[in-house]
Write a protein of this length. Structure first.
Length: 555
């Protein structure tokens, strides 16, 4: 049968891991065995003398100490809760068609069906053991099937079935008692290392426990080093076996599905970094990220012609139709994505509210521009106006400029684009960038402290963890200054030239002039920020009809 050779190799590697476990147990029991021999020898009169008496009780004491340490290490390894992937549970009642499809797939592959189906805000799918959440039974329980939520919305039903075939096939090796035991042992060791190295509050008790945790970590890492090669070879064999077993199931569609995986990943990454991240920074989380993936990839395919027969493919049944309430599931996955990739609170609130795509331009884009413009004006006040010297400051009139347009450019609190143009034309952009960086860092620190305070009283689910991934590296001072100047220009365009905030599915916040995205603003702003040359930007403003001397509305 297909996959049997691979499963046999995986089982042999699993037995190698279990032999290491047995060897560790034997080492722990060896002093006790020696102590038993000495005690029996003393009781029968075969080992006598004062020296043997001292040796006997020394060995007994050492054996008891070793047994105590071994029992403590074993208890931690057995009871430690391995980290599990944060997911959105999908019950059978909420997705009967999806469960039916997966079960039919398992029957065709001749493997046990997954015990549950869960979604994750990522472009990947895998099997994950959840038995540590329940009491262990004598019968091995099948792992849960975790599906990347973007796949559910972008892929068609047949494509998803083909994509999941080799994943579901992995439940066969997972049901093998030796492989399951080896995996539990390795996961327990990994969790024990986490327990030993977890940060703790400094206290007298903590100081006393530090040697014990150090010993625990040393033993767990030693065993992990011994198991690493065998465990890695076991997982490779399991993957090869599952892939071989799935060869006969929708093989042609699997090639198409793998192409869609790459496309979905590109759209998901673009949506997170260009669209979701700006909203998260403003305390808003888009509640339909997976539906946004479809919109982003649709736009990408139409612009770059990446998908041949694109319209025909979209006419087929999407995989999200297998869910009874796809909108509710999308919202839960979107909130989980915000927690994972940005570190937002677990629940919505006044400063952490969902936002729909129809209101995204006003609730996110416009607020971003107004907030950045307000921060830039505050920084200009810090740089321009020394403490205790109120009033306006007169500056030289640029060629072609108006005296009335610049008379008040240096006035503290004056929110005009002309003030920004004159300040950057005169130099000193580095100081502005540095001050903006400090302002942003302080605001981020306040936000993170508020999130920690809100989550302090919450008890996370057993074994759960909430990692925070940084989608993009921190913006440099020059990048922040460029963003703030761009925001000031966009605010001026909205307030004085009839422009409007908009959403571009691939690039995020966009300025719409006459209903058309204006994409030629980046270079003039960059020229001003980097070279102090305002001429290109003035030409752009004139062409759009923006009046830089007019005050703009701030938050």
């Amino acid at each position: 049968m297909a996959g049997e050779a691979g499963e046999g190799h995986a089982r042999s590697r699993a037995l190698a891991v279990l032999r290491i476990r047995s060897a560790a147990l034997a080492v722990a029991l060896l002093p006790a065995a020696v102590a038993v021999v000495l005690l029996v020898g003393g009781a029968t009169g075969r080992i006598v003398g004062d020296a043997s008496e001292v040796l006997r009780w020394a060995v007994v004491a050492g054996a008891l100490l070793v047994l105590l340490l071994a029992a403590g290490v074993a208890a931690v390894i057995v009871r430690a809760r391995p980290a599990v992937s944060p997911t959105v549970a999908v019950s059978e009642a909420s997705a009967p068609d999806l469960y039916r499809m997966v079960r039919d797939l398992a029957v065709r592959l001749q493997v046990p069906a997954p015990s549950a189906i869960e979604l994750t805000p990522d472009c990947d799918s895998w099997l994950e053991d959840r038995t540590h959440r329940r009491r262990r039974s004598a019968q091995t329980e099948a792992p849960a099937l975790v599906i990347g939520s973007p796949f559910m919305w972008w892929m068609r039903v047949a494509e998803l079935r083909a994509l999941l075939a080799p994943v579901v096939a992995g439940t066969g090796p997972a049901a093998d008692p030796d492989i399951a035991a080896a995996r539990r042992f390795v996961r327990g060791l990994d969790a024990a290392v986490g327990v030993a190295t977890a940060p703790r509050e400094p206290s007298a008790v903590g100081l006393l426990r530090r040697p014990a945790y150090g010993f625990l970590g040393w033993v767990a890492r030693l065993l992990l080093r011994g198991c690493r090669a065998h465990a890695a070879e076991m997982e490779r064999a399991v993957a090869a076996s599952a892939s071989e077993r799935a060869q006969a199931v929708d093989y042609g569609l699997r090639i198409v599905a793998q192409e869609q995986v790459g496309l979905a990943y590109a759209g998901w990454d673009r949506l997170l970094t260009r669209v979701a991240l700006p909203a998260w920074r403003m305390g808003r989380w888009p509640s339909r990220l997976d539906a946004g993936v479809v919109a982003a990839l649709t736009e990408l395919s139409r612009r770059d012609r990446l998908a041949e027969g694109f319209e025909t493919r979209l006419g087929e049944r999407p995989a999200c139709d297998l869910l009874e309430e796809p909108g509710t599931v999308d919202e839960a996955a979107s909130l989980l994505a915000a927690r994972l990739f940005h570190g937002g609170p677990r629940r919505s609130g006044p400063e952490w509210a969902p936002v729909g795509w129809d209101t995204y331009p006003q609730e996110v884009v416009d607020r971003i521009w107004r907030s950045d413009a307000s921060r830039l004006v505050s920084v200009l006040d810090e740089v321009h106006e020394p403490a205790g010297v109120p009033g306006s400051r007169r500056i030289s009139v640029p060629s072609g400029g108006s005296r009335s347009a610049v008379d008040d450019c240096g006035e503290p609190g004056r929110a005009t684009l002309a003030r920004v143009l004159e300040r950057l034309s005169a130099g000193g952009g580095e100081e502005l960038a540095a001050r903006i960086t400090r302002h942003v860092a302080r605001e981020e620190a306040v936000r993170e402290a508020a999130v920690r305070e809100e989550s302090a009283g919450e008890v996370p689910p057993e074994g759960a963890f909430t990692p925070v991934y940084h989608l993009l590296p921190p913006r440099t001072g020059r990048e922040l200054l460029t963003d703030h100047v761009t925001a000031m220009v966009c605010c001026a365009a909205v307030d004085t030239a009839g422009a409007a905030p908009g959403l571009d599915w691939l690039d995020g916040p966009a300025l719409l002039v006459g209903g058309v995205r204006k994409g030629d603003l980046a270079w003039p702003v960059l020229r001003l920020v980097e070279n102090g040359d305002a001429a290109p930007l003035r030409s752009w403003l004139s062409a759009v009809g923006v009046r830089p001397e007019k005050p703009i509305r701030l938050i």
